[in-house]
Design a protein around this ligand. Sequence first.
Ligand code: PLP
Length: 382
Amino acid sequence: MVRSEASVAVGEEISVHPPKRFLFGPGPSQVHPRVYQAMAQPVVGHLDAYFFEISTGIKQRLCKVFGTQNELTFVISGTGSAGMETAITNFVDADTKAVVLASGYFCDRMSEMAKRQGAEVVRFEKPWGEYFGDAEAAEFIHREKPKVVMYVTAETSTGVFQRGEAICKAAHEVGAVVIADCVTSLGAMPVEVDKTGIDVAYSCTQKGLSCPPGLAPITVSPHAAELLKQRTKQCRSWYFDIGLIADYLMVSHRYHHTASATMFYALYEALSLIEEEGLENRWERHRQAHLHFVKQVEARGLQMLVPEGHRIWNLNTPRIPEGVDDAKVRATLLKEHGIEIAGGFGPLAGKIFRIGLMGPLATTEHVNEFLTYFGDALGKAR
Ligand SMILES: *Cc1c(COP(=O)(O)O)cnc(C)c1O
Protein backbone atom coordinates (compact mmCIF):
# COMPACT_ATOMS: atom_id res chain seq x y z
CA MET A 1 0.00 0.00 0.00
CA VAL A 2 1.16 3.45 -0.82
CA ARG A 3 1.50 5.90 2.02
CA SER A 4 -1.50 4.40 3.77
CA GLU A 5 -0.42 5.54 7.18
CA ALA A 6 2.24 7.94 6.04
CA SER A 7 3.46 10.77 8.15
CA VAL A 8 3.18 14.28 6.78
CA ALA A 9 5.61 14.59 3.89
CA VAL A 10 8.59 16.90 4.12
CA GLY A 11 7.62 20.40 3.07
CA GLU A 12 3.93 19.64 3.62
CA GLU A 13 2.13 21.58 6.34
CA ILE A 14 -1.32 21.28 7.84
CA SER A 15 -3.61 24.26 7.36
CA VAL A 16 -5.16 24.52 10.82
CA HIS A 17 -3.42 26.97 13.15
CA PRO A 18 -5.50 27.62 16.26
CA PRO A 19 -4.40 30.41 18.62
CA LYS A 20 -2.67 29.34 21.82
CA ARG A 21 -5.17 29.35 24.66
CA PHE A 22 -5.08 28.65 28.36
CA LEU A 23 -8.49 27.24 29.17
CA PHE A 24 -9.34 28.60 32.62
CA GLY A 25 -13.06 28.59 31.85
CA PRO A 26 -15.86 26.19 32.84
CA GLY A 27 -15.04 23.92 29.91
CA PRO A 28 -13.61 22.83 27.63
CA SER A 29 -10.63 22.44 29.92
CA GLN A 30 -6.94 22.32 29.09
CA VAL A 31 -5.98 19.09 27.30
CA HIS A 32 -2.84 17.19 28.25
CA PRO A 33 -0.26 16.90 25.40
CA ARG A 34 -0.39 13.11 25.69
CA VAL A 35 -4.10 13.17 24.90
CA TYR A 36 -3.40 15.17 21.73
CA GLN A 37 -0.75 12.68 20.76
CA ALA A 38 -3.17 9.81 21.26
CA MET A 39 -5.64 11.58 18.98
CA ALA A 40 -3.10 11.79 16.19
CA GLN A 41 -2.91 7.99 15.97
CA PRO A 42 -4.48 6.25 12.96
CA VAL A 43 -8.20 5.58 13.05
CA VAL A 44 -9.25 1.94 13.19
CA GLY A 45 -12.72 0.72 12.32
CA HIS A 46 -15.51 0.87 14.88
CA LEU A 47 -15.70 -2.95 14.74
CA ASP A 48 -11.94 -3.56 14.86
CA ALA A 49 -10.70 -5.78 17.69
CA TYR A 50 -8.33 -2.98 18.71
CA PHE A 51 -11.25 -0.58 19.04
CA PHE A 52 -12.96 -2.95 21.49
CA GLU A 53 -9.72 -3.40 23.40
CA ILE A 54 -9.68 0.36 23.89
CA SER A 55 -13.37 0.52 24.80
CA THR A 56 -12.92 -2.28 27.35
CA GLY A 57 -9.95 -0.44 28.86
CA ILE A 58 -12.07 2.69 29.04
CA LYS A 59 -14.79 0.81 30.87
CA GLN A 60 -12.40 -0.55 33.50
CA ARG A 61 -10.84 2.86 34.09
CA LEU A 62 -14.20 4.64 34.11
CA CYS A 63 -15.52 2.34 36.82
CA LYS A 64 -12.68 3.47 39.08
CA VAL A 65 -13.18 7.16 38.33
CA PHE A 66 -16.97 6.87 38.83
CA GLY A 67 -16.40 4.79 41.98
CA THR A 68 -18.65 1.99 40.85
CA GLN A 69 -18.84 -1.73 40.21
CA ASN A 70 -21.64 -1.23 37.67
CA GLU A 71 -21.35 -3.65 34.75
CA LEU A 72 -23.28 -1.21 32.61
CA THR A 73 -20.58 1.46 32.30
CA PHE A 74 -19.71 2.80 28.85
CA VAL A 75 -19.58 5.93 26.72
CA ILE A 76 -22.13 7.67 24.54
CA SER A 77 -20.96 9.25 21.29
CA GLY A 78 -21.88 12.86 21.93
CA THR A 79 -21.16 15.63 24.43
CA GLY A 80 -22.35 15.88 28.05
CA SER A 81 -25.85 16.77 26.90
CA ALA A 82 -25.97 13.46 25.02
CA GLY A 83 -25.26 11.75 28.35
CA MET A 84 -28.10 13.73 29.90
CA GLU A 85 -30.46 12.89 27.03
CA THR A 86 -29.51 9.20 27.29
CA ALA A 87 -30.20 9.04 31.01
CA ILE A 88 -33.52 10.81 30.63
CA THR A 89 -34.85 9.16 27.49
CA ASN A 90 -34.18 5.68 28.94
CA PHE A 91 -35.60 6.28 32.41
CA VAL A 92 -38.22 9.00 32.02
CA ASP A 93 -41.36 8.14 30.09
CA ALA A 94 -44.56 9.95 29.24
CA ASP A 95 -46.22 8.78 32.45
CA THR A 96 -43.22 9.27 34.73
CA LYS A 97 -43.29 11.64 37.66
CA ALA A 98 -39.85 13.17 37.94
CA VAL A 99 -38.52 15.44 40.66
CA VAL A 100 -35.77 17.89 39.75
CA LEU A 101 -33.74 19.73 42.39
CA ALA A 102 -33.35 22.98 40.53
CA SER A 103 -31.04 25.87 41.35
CA GLY A 104 -29.10 26.46 38.15
CA TYR A 105 -28.98 26.20 34.41
CA PHE A 106 -28.23 22.51 33.99
CA CYS A 107 -31.07 21.40 36.28
CA ASP A 108 -33.29 23.48 33.98
CA ARG A 109 -31.93 21.58 30.98
CA MET A 110 -32.74 18.28 32.73
CA SER A 111 -36.28 19.52 33.41
CA GLU A 112 -36.68 20.55 29.78
CA MET A 113 -35.54 17.17 28.48
CA ALA A 114 -37.87 15.34 30.87
CA LYS A 115 -40.77 17.56 29.78
CA ARG A 116 -40.06 16.72 26.16
CA GLN A 117 -40.45 13.05 27.06
CA GLY A 118 -43.91 14.03 28.25
CA ALA A 119 -43.11 13.44 31.91
CA GLU A 120 -44.74 15.14 34.85
CA VAL A 121 -41.89 17.28 36.15
CA VAL A 122 -42.06 18.56 39.71
CA ARG A 123 -39.37 21.05 40.60
CA PHE A 124 -37.96 21.90 44.00
CA GLU A 125 -36.75 25.35 43.07
CA LYS A 126 -34.21 27.58 44.74
CA PRO A 127 -32.42 30.67 43.51
CA TRP A 128 -29.32 30.03 41.40
CA GLY A 129 -26.27 29.54 43.59
CA GLU A 130 -28.06 27.83 46.47
CA TYR A 131 -27.77 24.19 47.46
CA PHE A 132 -30.26 21.72 48.93
CA GLY A 133 -29.99 20.68 52.56
CA ASP A 134 -30.35 16.99 53.38
CA ALA A 135 -33.58 17.32 55.37
CA GLU A 136 -35.44 19.60 52.96
CA ALA A 137 -34.46 17.49 49.94
CA ALA A 138 -35.58 14.30 51.68
CA GLU A 139 -38.84 15.90 52.80
CA PHE A 140 -39.66 17.04 49.27
CA ILE A 141 -38.95 13.61 47.81
CA HIS A 142 -40.98 11.84 50.51
CA ARG A 143 -43.90 14.17 49.87
CA GLU A 144 -43.87 13.93 46.07
CA LYS A 145 -43.08 10.20 45.78
CA PRO A 146 -41.69 10.42 42.22
CA LYS A 147 -40.38 7.58 40.08
CA VAL A 148 -37.23 9.47 39.15
CA VAL A 149 -35.17 12.05 41.06
CA MET A 150 -32.67 14.22 39.20
CA TYR A 151 -29.96 16.50 40.48
CA VAL A 152 -26.67 18.05 39.38
CA THR A 153 -23.56 17.23 41.43
CA ALA A 154 -21.51 20.17 40.18
CA GLU A 155 -23.72 22.98 38.87
CA THR A 156 -21.35 24.70 36.46
CA SER A 157 -23.58 27.76 36.07
CA THR A 158 -23.23 28.66 39.76
CA GLY A 159 -20.22 26.86 41.29
CA VAL A 160 -22.30 24.81 43.75
CA PHE A 161 -21.43 21.21 44.64
CA GLN A 162 -24.51 19.29 45.72
CA ARG A 163 -24.09 16.40 48.14
CA GLY A 164 -26.13 13.38 47.06
CA GLU A 165 -26.32 10.83 49.90
CA ALA A 166 -29.55 12.12 51.49
CA ILE A 167 -31.17 12.63 48.08
CA CYS A 168 -30.39 9.07 47.02
CA LYS A 169 -31.51 7.61 50.35
CA ALA A 170 -34.87 9.40 50.25
CA ALA A 171 -35.35 8.52 46.57
CA HIS A 172 -34.77 4.85 47.27
CA GLU A 173 -37.16 4.96 50.22
CA VAL A 174 -39.96 5.92 47.83
CA GLY A 175 -38.76 3.51 45.14
CA ALA A 176 -37.36 6.15 42.77
CA VAL A 177 -34.20 5.94 40.67
CA VAL A 178 -31.68 8.75 40.88
CA ILE A 179 -30.14 10.38 37.83
CA ALA A 180 -27.11 12.52 38.70
CA ASP A 181 -25.30 14.92 36.38
CA CYS A 182 -21.58 14.43 37.01
CA VAL A 183 -20.44 16.37 33.96
CA THR A 184 -18.06 18.82 35.63
CA SER A 185 -17.20 16.86 38.76
CA LEU A 186 -15.99 13.56 37.29
CA GLY A 187 -12.22 13.24 37.44
CA ALA A 188 -11.67 16.34 39.57
CA MET A 189 -13.85 15.75 42.66
CA PRO A 190 -15.18 12.64 44.41
CA VAL A 191 -18.25 11.38 42.58
CA GLU A 192 -18.43 7.95 44.24
CA VAL A 193 -21.50 6.61 42.51
CA ASP A 194 -21.91 3.42 44.56
CA LYS A 195 -21.20 4.97 47.94
CA THR A 196 -23.58 7.86 47.23
CA GLY A 197 -26.30 5.58 45.88
CA ILE A 198 -26.65 7.12 42.41
CA ASP A 199 -28.46 4.87 39.90
CA VAL A 200 -27.58 6.62 36.67
CA ALA A 201 -24.61 8.97 36.42
CA TYR A 202 -23.36 10.63 33.26
CA SER A 203 -20.49 12.95 32.46
CA CYS A 204 -18.54 14.37 29.55
CA THR A 205 -14.94 14.33 28.40
CA GLN A 206 -14.12 18.05 28.33
CA LYS A 207 -14.41 19.17 31.95
CA GLY A 208 -12.99 17.25 34.91
CA LEU A 209 -11.48 14.62 32.61
CA SER A 210 -9.54 17.22 30.57
CA CYS A 211 -10.14 15.73 27.15
CA PRO A 212 -11.62 17.43 24.10
CA PRO A 213 -15.43 17.39 23.96
CA GLY A 214 -17.04 14.47 22.13
CA LEU A 215 -17.95 11.61 24.47
CA ALA A 216 -20.26 11.17 27.43
CA PRO A 217 -19.35 8.47 29.97
CA ILE A 218 -22.36 6.93 31.66
CA THR A 219 -22.91 4.27 34.33
CA VAL A 220 -26.11 2.43 35.28
CA SER A 221 -26.70 0.54 38.55
CA PRO A 222 -27.85 -3.11 38.52
CA HIS A 223 -31.26 -1.99 39.83
CA ALA A 224 -31.68 0.58 37.05
CA ALA A 225 -30.40 -1.95 34.49
CA GLU A 226 -33.13 -4.32 35.68
CA LEU A 227 -35.74 -1.59 35.11
CA LEU A 228 -34.49 -1.23 31.53
CA LYS A 229 -34.96 -4.94 30.98
CA GLN A 230 -38.50 -4.73 32.32
CA ARG A 231 -39.49 -1.90 29.97
CA THR A 232 -42.56 -2.78 27.96
CA LYS A 233 -42.33 0.22 25.65
CA GLN A 234 -39.27 0.83 23.47
CA CYS A 235 -37.02 3.74 24.33
CA ARG A 236 -38.19 6.70 22.23
CA SER A 237 -34.70 7.46 21.04
CA TRP A 238 -32.96 4.97 18.77
CA TYR A 239 -29.51 6.59 18.90
CA PHE A 240 -29.49 6.87 22.70
CA ASP A 241 -31.11 3.50 23.47
CA ILE A 242 -28.85 2.12 26.22
CA GLY A 243 -29.71 -1.48 25.32
CA LEU A 244 -28.58 -1.03 21.71
CA ILE A 245 -25.40 0.89 22.55
CA ALA A 246 -24.34 -1.48 25.33
CA ASP A 247 -24.93 -4.43 23.01
CA TYR A 248 -22.62 -2.89 20.39
CA LEU A 249 -19.85 -1.84 22.78
CA MET A 250 -19.91 -4.68 25.29
CA VAL A 251 -21.88 -7.72 24.11
CA SER A 252 -22.33 -8.62 20.44
CA HIS A 253 -19.94 -5.98 19.01
CA ARG A 254 -22.45 -5.57 16.20
CA TYR A 255 -22.67 -2.23 14.41
CA HIS A 256 -24.85 0.39 16.06
CA HIS A 257 -23.10 3.60 15.03
CA THR A 258 -19.61 4.52 13.86
CA ALA A 259 -17.98 5.41 17.16
CA SER A 260 -14.99 7.74 16.84
CA ALA A 261 -11.79 5.77 17.45
CA THR A 262 -10.00 9.11 17.79
CA MET A 263 -12.17 10.21 20.70
CA PHE A 264 -11.92 6.79 22.33
CA TYR A 265 -8.10 7.05 22.14
CA ALA A 266 -8.34 10.48 23.73
CA LEU A 267 -10.48 9.29 26.62
CA TYR A 268 -8.35 6.18 27.12
CA GLU A 269 -5.24 8.33 27.39
CA ALA A 270 -6.90 10.86 29.72
CA LEU A 271 -8.06 8.03 32.00
CA SER A 272 -4.57 6.51 31.90
CA LEU A 273 -3.16 9.83 33.07
CA ILE A 274 -5.61 9.79 35.97
CA GLU A 275 -4.66 6.23 36.84
CA GLU A 276 -0.94 7.09 36.80
CA GLU A 277 -1.44 10.10 39.04
CA GLY A 278 -3.85 8.23 41.33
CA LEU A 279 -7.48 9.32 41.56
CA GLU A 280 -7.22 10.52 45.18
CA ASN A 281 -4.05 12.45 44.37
CA ARG A 282 -5.79 14.09 41.48
CA TRP A 283 -8.76 15.11 43.65
CA GLU A 284 -6.35 16.49 46.22
CA ARG A 285 -4.45 18.47 43.59
CA HIS A 286 -7.71 20.08 42.47
CA ARG A 287 -8.71 20.76 46.07
CA GLN A 288 -5.39 22.40 46.86
CA ALA A 289 -5.49 24.55 43.73
CA HIS A 290 -9.03 25.60 44.67
CA LEU A 291 -8.14 26.44 48.30
CA HIS A 292 -5.14 28.44 47.15
CA PHE A 293 -7.26 30.29 44.59
CA VAL A 294 -9.95 31.17 47.14
CA LYS A 295 -7.39 32.39 49.68
CA GLN A 296 -5.68 34.57 47.10
CA VAL A 297 -8.81 36.15 45.59
CA GLU A 298 -10.24 36.80 49.06
CA ALA A 299 -6.97 38.48 50.00
CA ARG A 300 -7.54 40.72 46.97
CA GLY A 301 -11.00 41.64 48.32
CA LEU A 302 -13.15 39.40 46.13
CA GLN A 303 -15.95 37.29 47.62
CA MET A 304 -16.98 33.81 46.56
CA LEU A 305 -20.64 33.36 45.59
CA VAL A 306 -20.93 29.91 47.16
CA PRO A 307 -20.41 29.33 50.91
CA GLU A 308 -17.41 27.30 52.01
CA GLY A 309 -17.99 23.57 52.05
CA HIS A 310 -20.39 23.70 49.09
CA ARG A 311 -17.99 24.81 46.37
CA ILE A 312 -16.90 22.94 43.28
CA TRP A 313 -13.12 22.60 43.44
CA ASN A 314 -12.50 22.81 39.73
CA LEU A 315 -14.93 25.64 38.96
CA ASN A 316 -14.66 28.78 41.05
CA THR A 317 -17.23 31.56 41.07
CA PRO A 318 -15.98 34.75 42.70
CA ARG A 319 -18.37 37.70 42.63
CA ILE A 320 -17.44 40.54 40.30
CA PRO A 321 -16.27 43.46 42.45
CA GLU A 322 -18.33 46.64 42.48
CA GLY A 323 -17.55 48.91 39.52
CA VAL A 324 -15.76 46.29 37.45
CA ASP A 325 -16.86 45.56 33.88
CA ASP A 326 -16.50 41.81 33.63
CA ALA A 327 -16.63 41.72 29.82
CA LYS A 328 -13.56 43.97 29.81
CA VAL A 329 -11.72 41.66 32.20
CA ARG A 330 -12.43 38.66 30.01
CA ALA A 331 -11.44 40.52 26.84
CA THR A 332 -8.13 41.66 28.35
CA LEU A 333 -7.27 38.17 29.53
CA LEU A 334 -8.05 36.65 26.17
CA LYS A 335 -6.42 39.28 23.96
CA GLU A 336 -3.31 39.94 26.01
CA HIS A 337 -2.63 36.56 27.56
CA GLY A 338 -4.63 33.98 25.61
CA ILE A 339 -6.51 33.11 28.82
CA GLU A 340 -10.14 32.08 28.58
CA ILE A 341 -12.49 32.47 31.54
CA ALA A 342 -16.27 32.88 31.55
CA GLY A 343 -18.79 35.20 33.12
CA GLY A 344 -22.09 34.32 34.72
CA PHE A 345 -25.31 33.97 32.74
CA GLY A 346 -29.03 33.94 33.44
CA PRO A 347 -29.70 35.43 36.90
CA LEU A 348 -25.95 35.54 37.55
CA ALA A 349 -25.03 37.54 34.42
CA GLY A 350 -22.69 40.37 35.38
CA LYS A 351 -22.46 39.04 38.94
CA ILE A 352 -19.81 36.31 38.88
CA PHE A 353 -16.74 35.10 37.05
CA ARG A 354 -16.52 31.40 36.31
CA ILE A 355 -12.92 30.28 36.57
CA GLY A 356 -11.99 26.68 35.95
CA LEU A 357 -8.91 25.08 37.49
CA MET A 358 -8.94 21.73 35.76
CA GLY A 359 -6.56 19.03 34.67
CA PRO A 360 -3.05 20.28 33.91
CA LEU A 361 -3.94 23.83 35.05
CA ALA A 362 -4.94 22.78 38.58
CA THR A 363 -1.64 23.60 40.28
CA THR A 364 -0.54 26.35 42.66
CA GLU A 365 1.94 27.62 40.06
CA HIS A 366 -0.72 27.98 37.40
CA VAL A 367 -3.09 29.63 39.88
CA ASN A 368 -0.39 32.15 40.79
CA GLU A 369 0.36 32.89 37.17
CA PHE A 370 -3.33 33.24 36.41
CA LEU A 371 -3.87 35.61 39.35
CA THR A 372 -1.12 37.92 38.19
CA TYR A 373 -2.87 38.45 34.86
CA PHE A 374 -6.32 38.42 36.43
CA GLY A 375 -5.32 41.13 38.93
CA ASP A 376 -3.90 43.19 36.10
CA ALA A 377 -7.08 42.78 34.00
CA LEU A 378 -9.29 43.71 36.98
CA GLY A 379 -7.26 46.88 37.49
CA LYS A 380 -7.78 47.89 33.87
CA ALA A 381 -11.53 47.25 33.96
CA ARG A 382 -12.57 49.69 36.66
C1 PLP B 1 -21.31 21.36 30.39
C2 PLP B 1 -22.39 20.75 31.16
C3 PLP B 1 -23.38 19.98 30.55
C4 PLP B 1 -23.52 19.85 29.06
O1 PLP B 1 -22.41 19.30 28.46
P1 PLP B 1 -22.07 19.59 26.92
O2 PLP B 1 -20.81 18.82 26.74
O3 PLP B 1 -21.92 21.06 26.76
O4 PLP B 1 -23.18 19.04 26.10
C5 PLP B 1 -24.31 19.35 31.36
N1 PLP B 1 -24.29 19.49 32.70
C6 PLP B 1 -23.34 20.23 33.31
C7 PLP B 1 -23.35 20.35 34.81
C8 PLP B 1 -22.37 20.88 32.57
O5 PLP B 1 -21.45 21.63 33.18
